[in-house]
Design a protein around this ligand. Sequence first.
Ligand code: AMP
Ligand code: FES
Ligand code: ZN
Length: 302
Amino acid sequence: MKCRKCDERAVIRIRAHNLALCREDFLDFVLDRVQKAIRTYRLLQKGERVLVALSGGKDSLAAFDILQRLGYQVEAFHIELGIDGFSEASLEKVKAFVRERGATLHLLRVEDELGMGVVEAARRLRRPPCSLCGMIKRYLMNRFAYERGFSAVVTGHNLDDEGATLLGNLLRWQTGYLSRQAPLLPSSHPRLIKKVKPLVLLSEREVLAYCLLRPISYLPDRCPYAKGATSIPQKEALNLLELHSPGTKLRFYQGFLQVRESIPQEEGELRECEVCGFLTVREKCQFCTLKERLNATEGRRR
Ligand code: AMP
Ligand code: FES
Ligand code: ZN
């Protein structure tokens, strides 16, 4: 099989785009897809200070690598969650990646924020760790970016992630979530930093191939509390449809973005948290409420 762009041997076939590409042309193709997402959805401007949230997994490391190659001003951010074994391995991957690129790495520890890691916090409140973890990560990413003057926070969500979330929201007709699902969540307040997902036009397989071919060394393990579990059936369903009709995932997601504008916004009015000042729909934000509840459990233990 020959590369569609040159005469080299093709290393990957991408049925959704009816393409077979050699290593060099595939790596360029991936950069072009990200550039296309940035332009189409007006994600970033050159010269902006961009904070890339790195988990140590393939997607976020690829997002950093690609944005840096495209000439964006990126710095890395990692949150040590406090998940035995997994957090240490994630940190090691992130550090090695950043060191190799001579980039700046910012670190935060959940333990420094809450007095304990995510798993211990969840145990005390009798909740699954992942249900707290997402909120904690979102809060800390936004707060850190705001305090250090970044204008955007980038995450590694890819087309499969976004497609699975979309399918899940549609199956439950969660129209409130639908109206908020987008590659760009703009900043509507100085304390709300815009959120950007530059990999939305790349499938999981394409991101994986990018990491293997570049190469980028990433942590293949999932969080042991398997937050992904809820989206796995949706991902499998979309993969099956994709197999029968290549390009389905892209058409599904891009079609949604076109009609999204007409979905009524169901967002409650945002106001400043009475404790920390970051935005929330309640009087006190979820992060400050969590801190308070944990302090109360601490009190009961004494
Ligand atoms: P997840 O919520 O685990 O699916 O991760 C979604 C995105 O959040 C990843 O692609 C990363 O950009 C970011 N992320 C996840 N975990 C961390 C972490 N521990 N520190 C910083 N960013 C993270
Ligand atoms: Fe954080 Fe599972 S506990 S992703
Ligand atoms: Zn707060």
